[in-house]
Write a protein that binds this ligand. Structure first.
Ligand code: PBG
Length: 328
């Protein structure tokens, strides 16, 4: 490596055109997926802990999708807030073939066949406890029973027309069970985007309110299944296992504090990597900008460019709509 003064780093930073020529990564609207919250009925409402983010019903979603598609966004990920009365210990609504998600899939496939639709697979919108699986007598989520329900849920979504499912439950053997079920039922082309590097994060806080899992009790701890944020090796092991079980795309979640994991997967595995910039990451920037502490557009774009630099191919972000407007 040449040193100073043979090498002067500022030679490639001194003018705009040189900086442009030497820019290594560009964010585009094609990289973005917009997460959308759904509710059973009525007009849309706002989520108090995520300023600017709405929940839509099937009545209001069509107009919203038209907006999104006009902005050039090509895919959405949907998350349901079902009625409280439908939340059950055994999560029966999760496998109702006519539940909110199945109805939405059918509507979107019919009216917007070009739009990418990604459906989350986990039981937390459907359980009374707010856990991602059903609880056993010992108070822990029962792994093997839960993955059977998740595979049935996946099959229902595939039958309704969903082309990409995204298991975010962090159960063992989930991908194997789902892939086998899809294969057996001839859904050989349904893509699995697996949340294999999903950490047990406090940045999910606002999301839990958004899907109606806000409890006055203490924070729902998912540490018996989600990854310890202190661990990297364990995340890579989970990723490698899920690739063998049939995952097509890997998800890292949350995003900005976990980019070392993205880079490591890109270096080690031949697979597209997606990241999820989660609800807490959204609200932090949004609220700091509202208070004029940060420049909104610049900090949001920086956060996303850093994700690109880490090697991610796909970015789930609640900022997607605004970003698509800025990039136009
Ligand atoms: C559910 C799920 C969660 C998120 C996406 N899918 C929350 C959780 O694991 O508790 C979080 C998304 C966000 O915070 O924006 N399995």
């Amino acid at each position: 490596m040449p040193t100073f003064p043979i090498s002067r780093g500022r030679r490639i930073r001194n003018s705009n055109w040189i900086r442009t020529l030497t820019t290594e990564n560009y964010l585009t609207t094609d990289d973005l997926v917009l997460p959308i919250f759904l509710k059973e009925s009525g007009s849309s409402d706002f989520i108090s802990k995520m300023p600017g983010i709405e929940r839509h019903s099937l009545k209001t979603i069509e107009k919203e999708i038209e907006n999104i598609m006009n902005l050039g966004i090509k895919a959405i990920a949907i998350f349901p807030q079902i009625d409280k009365s439908l939340k059950k210990e055994k999560a029966s609504e999760a496998i109702n073939p006519n539940n909110l998600i199945c109805r939405t899939i059918k509507l979107v496939r019919k009216k917007f066949p070009e739009l990418g639709l990604i459906c989350d697979i986990a039981l937390d919108p459907y359980t009374k406890s707010g856990h991602d699986g059903i609880l056993g007598n010992n108070g822990l989520v029962e792994n093997d029973k839960t993955i059977k329900i998740l595979s049935k849920m996946s099959l229902n979504f595939a039958e309704a027309g969903c082309q990409m499912i995204a298991p975010s439950d962090m159960m063992d053997g989930n991908i194997k069970e789902i892939r086998n079920t899809l294969e057996k039922n001839k859904f050989t082309d349904v893509c699995i985007l697996s949340y294999s590097a999903k950490f047990c994060s406090f940045f999910y806080g606002p999301f839990r309110e958004a899907i109606g899992n806000k409890t006055n009790k203490k924070y729902i701890s998912k540490e018996t299944y989600q990854l310890n944020p202190n661990n990297g090796v364990e995340a890579i092991k989970n990723v490698e296992q899920h690739i063998e079980e049939g995952a097509d795309i890997i998800m890292v979640k949350p995003a900005n504090y976990y980019l070392d994991i993205v880079r490591e997967i890109k270096n080690k595995c031949s697979i597209p990597v997606s990241v999820f910039q989660v609800s807490g990451e959204y609200s932090m920037l949004k609220i700091a900008a509202e208070k004029n502490i940060l420049n909104y557009e610049k900090t949001v774009i920086e956060s996303l460019n850093c994700i690109k630099r880490s090697g991610a191919n796909i970015i789930f972000s609640y900022f997607s709509k605004e970003v698509a407007e800025w990039l136009r």
